[in-house]
Structure formats: C-alpha cells, structure tokens
Design a protein around this ligand. Sequence first.
Ligand SMILES: [Mg+2]
Length: 326
Amino acid sequence: MTTLYRWEFRPYQRRFRQPMQTRHGSWEVREGIILRLTDGRGQVGWGEIAPIPWFGSETLEQALFFCQQLPLEITATDIFSIPAELPACQFGFESALGLENGDLAAGRQGISPPPSSLLFSCLLPTGEAALHSWQQGWNCGYRTFKWKIGVAIIEDELKLFDQLVQALPQSAQLRLDANGGLTRQTTHRWLKACDEAGIVEFLEQPLPPEEFEVMQAMSDRYATSIALDESVATLEQLENSYQKGWRGIFVIKAAIAGSPKRLRQFCKEQDIDTVFSSVMETPIGRQAALQLAGELSHRDRAVGFGVYHWFTEDEREFLERLWNSH
Ligand SMILES: [Mg+2]
C-alpha cells in the first residue's frame, strides 16, 4: 500500500551576523522553508528548502508557491516527481523522506553532530577583515580557509592576499572564490599569484559559467587547480560539465543541486573530485547535505561548512521558535 505523508511547512528568515559580500552584492538575510513529513505511524522526517536564485536555483517565491499548491497529504511518488526546475524543493522533500526510498529518515528527528570523519573549511569575511579573523578559526581547529575575491580592485586584493598568505601558518590551506567575477586577464594574474603563494588549494569559479572552455584551457596551464561552482550549481549542469570533459574540482552545493538520489547515483558512477559546500542552510538542510558529503566526498578535501560563525543565534532555539510560533 502506498504510504501517505501528512506534511507542513514554515518559511524562515535568518539574518547574518554581518552581510556577506560577494560579487553578486551584499547578502543580509538567509530565507528558506523548513518542512516536516509525518507518516501514519507518527514518524517524522525534516527537510529544508534553501534556494539561492542568483546561483541558479528557483526563487523563494517559486518554492513557496510550489508548497502552497501541494495537497496536505503526499506520497513518495509525488516527491520524486518534483520537476528539475525546483532543485531546492527536490532536495528539501527528498531529504525529509530519507535518501532511501521508503521509510522516513531515521535519526532525522533531532539534530545530530556532523560526521566526524569530515574536515571543515572556514569561510573568512571578504576583504581586509580576513586578516583579523583567520586566527579565531585556526584556534577553533580549522586548517582550510576560504576567502572571497573579485569584489574590489585587483591590485588591492592581491596586496591583501599577500598579507594573508604571510600571516597564515605554513600548514594552512587557502581557497579563493571569485564567484565568476574575474576577467580572463585577472584570472591569469590570480592563478600566477596562487602558484607562487604555494598554499592555495584551488581558485573557485574565476569566470562566469559562459566561459567554461576558457577555464578548461586555463586549468592545464597552472599548478593551482580550478574549481567550478556556479557552473555546476544543479545536477544537470554538473552532468553537462562532466560530459564536456571537466576533470577539475566540482563544488557541490547539495541543497540546491536537486534530487539527492540522482546526485548520489552520479557521484558513485563517476569518479569526480568534489568539494561539498554549504548554502548557509539551517542544521536541518546541513545535516542532510553532510550526510551526502560523508558518503560521497573524498580525496581529503575539507567540506565548505565552516560557516557557524556567520549567524548569531542558537540554532536549536531558532528552529524550536520557528516551529512552535505558528
Ligand atoms: Mg563558490
């Protein structure tokens, strides 16, 4: 007999401790949707829809509209039929159901700690603030740091980069993320600087997705690896880039990539070099994403989930308040 799940959802807003500056502008409030499925035996599964429209997912409005038109009782077939145009919804509902088709995810009722086998990368504030912030992360045990570039004038950023490289201990690793904000010329300058610095793990998405072939050609010319992020935001783009021959690093933001079931299938079939990364989701989405990362990421790359310090309030209190305030 087909299992029917009753389900409910709550939209949420979480303000960042300080706005996140990327080349897409200033991001101040993380908005999303928490959902809960309950089966006939009263077992529950939690899920999170955390879109980033400027990254290629649906908008929050589209996700809300989808939720509002769904019936109050749904089946697993309904969930696996969510269209690819709603990748964050696919992730939210499927992870609430559990990755295996069938029972609601065991242990998903509470918030459990991340898999201890994973190393985490710490996201530094953009610009000069990074110089005063890495130490705190280092003291918390982080050894990989990520810094956003492509926001200010390249000369200024290269100067700060030099200072950051000098300040960081030898055993630290640094990731640079341009969010597609460089030109071909500035990408060459950055890659050269990265090669000289010797502690850069990779340069992430130097050019916009349209410049795929250029990034592919550049990746052979420097010792520093290039990672694709915006280019591979959804599973379809990921498959497409792989088919076009990308063999560099793939950043996977599981919460907006689409169906976890299909993502898992793809990562298991293709031996790709992955870095799983946060979309500033709550612990509910994070737990589902980290479960995938624990299973699918490899080659000792830290996962980009060191973002706890970007919010002020206690996560558990936030979720309890959200769920009980309606
Ligand atoms: Mg990125």
